[in-house]
Structures are given as structure tokens and as C-alpha cells.
Design a binder for this molecule. Structure first.
Ligand code: ADP
Ligand code: MG
Ligand code: MG
Length: 252
């Protein structure tokens, strides 16, 4: 079973006023098959955690360690992290002009699997995964994220998740901007992948509503750059009732 271990992680970003410390000692262990929800107020550093794990160049690790099965993730280049099985669905996915969804997915699958999927079975695999996510087949020929609606972007992320089957999936605000039907479809996708027992999921969210569809094993409250409380699903209910205010005294 793959294990992602985050130990006392400190991360800074470069701002106009110089480097600013955003992550201030994050500790978290995610195992394959587990679903962890990270919940916290805006600006608390949730996306910074996601980007840091994925290796975004804007974020500088100033302390701590991240390992996947004992291997140093922070030493790995972005593509090496993906190959090792770490997947990030971004809160603000980027456009990839001139590259179709179909080609993008095949390239990604080739990178992750180490060999190109056979074209015939691949086309079928993509079609079936798209059907499960209630996506129009024509979507496969569109350029990545070009003019995608909020719901299409999120479905595209879950499509990647289903096809790439990472060991650790980081979903940053997969629920934001979705109407209730899209939220259900996307959640069902996450639950399917989760049901395989092969993926450890880090579900980052500001709102509790996605947790009506995806029941996490562990819930963590994130405030001011670190996890300040951990518990089971009941913690999400407490947050729903009481909000984040008690955690953000002194500013998020
Ligand atoms: P969250 O996802 O919890 O809303 P973020 O990780 O996006 O929080 O942001 C945490 C803090 O770090 C915010 O104050 C934000 O302005 C700052 N920050 C994040 N990324 C950058 C960046 N690339 N440049 C400057 N400041 C940043
Ligand atoms: Mg935010
Ligand atoms: Mg964010």
C-alpha cells in the first residue's frame, strides 16, 4: 500500500514584499485507499499545499519532508511525481491550446504508465469513462480547457483521475462552481475511483456540501498554513454548523 507522508512542511511564495511563509508545518499521512478531506477558510494555504505536492515552481519548500513510500517527493521533477503516482487536479486548470482532450489524455497515460496505451483499447476506455461521467463524446476532440465551463473542467479532471488511476489524488476544490447535478456526477466519479481501493484521496474544499456525496475517512481543519484539528466525518458536521471562525482568530 502506497503511503504519502508529509512531515513538518514549510513553504514560501515570492511576493512583491519578499518571500512569504504560507505553509507553517503541515503534518499528514495519506495511504492508498483512504480519503482525507482538508477543509479550511479561503487564504489558509490549501491550494499552496496542493501545488507544493505537485511541484509547482512558484512554491519554495523551506523545511520538512514529503515522501511516497519512503522516496523523497520533493527531489522529484513534476513529471517524475506524476509517474510515481501523484495526481493533482487544479483549482484553476490551465488551457492547452491546440491539444485535444483525447491526445492530452493519451500523452498523460503514456507518461504515467511508461508505455503508450494501445490505440484501439484506449479509445474504448476513454469513451466508456466519458459515458460514466455523462460527457458528450464530442468533448474528446475539443482543446484542453479551451472555453470549458466550470462543470466541464471538473468532469475533465475526474476523467483524468479515472483513466490515470494514481496512487495519491489531490483534488483542489473539485466542488467549486458546480451545480447540483454536476456535483453528483463528479462525486460519483471520485467514489468509483475510491472504490477501487487503490487511490488515496486528498479532497481539498472550502465548503462541506461535497461531503454529502463523498464520505471521507478523515477530516482535517486547515488554518493559517497548517492542520489545526483532525477527526472523523463528524468534524465536517461541526464545521458545517459552526464555520471556521473559531480557527481563524488572529487572521487566516
Ligand atoms: P486557499 O487555497 O486556502 O484559499 P492559497 O494557498 O491559495 O489558500 O493562498 C494562501 C495564501 O498564500 C494567500 O494569502 C495567498 O494570497 C498567498 N499566495 C498563494 N499563492 C501565491 C502566489 N503564487 N503569489 C503570492 N501569494 C500567494
Ligand atoms: Mg482560495
Ligand atoms: Mg485554494
Amino acid at each position: 500500500m502506497a503511503t504519502l507522508e508529509i512531515n513538518d512542511l514549510h513553504v514560501s511564495v515570492e511576493t512583491e514584499g519578499g518571500p512569504a511563509e504560507i505553509l507553517r508545518g503541515v503534518n499528514l499521512t495519506v495511504k492508498q485507499g483512504e480519503t482525507h478531506a482538508i477543509m479550511g477558510p479561503n487564504g489558509s494555504g490549501k491550494s499552496t499545499l496542493a501545488y507544493s505536492l505537485a511541484g509547482h515552481p512558484k512554491y519554495t519548500v523551506t523545511g520538512g519532508t514529503v515522501t511516497l513510500d519512503g522516496e523523497d517527493v520533493l527531489e522529484m521533477a513534476v513529471d517524475e511525481r506524476a509517474r510515481a503516482g501523484v495526481f493533482l487536479a487544479m483549482q484553476y486548470p490551465v488551457e492547452v491550446p491546440g491539444v485535444s482532450v483525447s491526445n492530452f489524455l493519451r500523452t498523460a497515460a503514456t507518461a504515467v504508465r511508461g508505455e503508450a496505451p494501445k490505440l484501439r483499447t484506449w479509445v474504448k476506455e476513454v469513451k466508456e469513462a466519458m459515458a460514466r461521467l455523462e460527457m458528450d463524446p464530442a468533448f474528446a476532440e475539443r482543446n484542453v480547457n479551451e472555453g470549458f465551463s466550470g462543470g466541464e473542467k471538473k468532469r475533465h479532471e475526474i476523467l483524468q483521475l479515472e483513466l490515470l488511476r494514481p496512487k495519491i489524488a489531490i483534488l483542489d476544490e473539485t466542488d467549486s462552481g458546480l451545480d447540483i447535478d454536476a456535483l453528483r456526477t463528479v462525486s460519483e466519479g471520485v467514489n468509483r475511483v475510491r472504490g477501487s481501493g487503490e487511490v488515496g484521496t486528498l479532497l481539498i474544499t472550502h465548503y462541506t456540501r461535497i461531503l454529502r456525496y463523498i464520505n471521507p475517512d478523515h477530516v482535517h481543519v486547515f488554518a493559517r498554513g497548517r492542520i489545526v484539528e483532525s477527526g472523523g466525518p463528524e468534524l465536517a458536521e461541526k464545521l458545517e454548523a459552526e464555520g471556521y471562525e473559531q480557527y481563524v482568530k488572529g487572521g487566516a
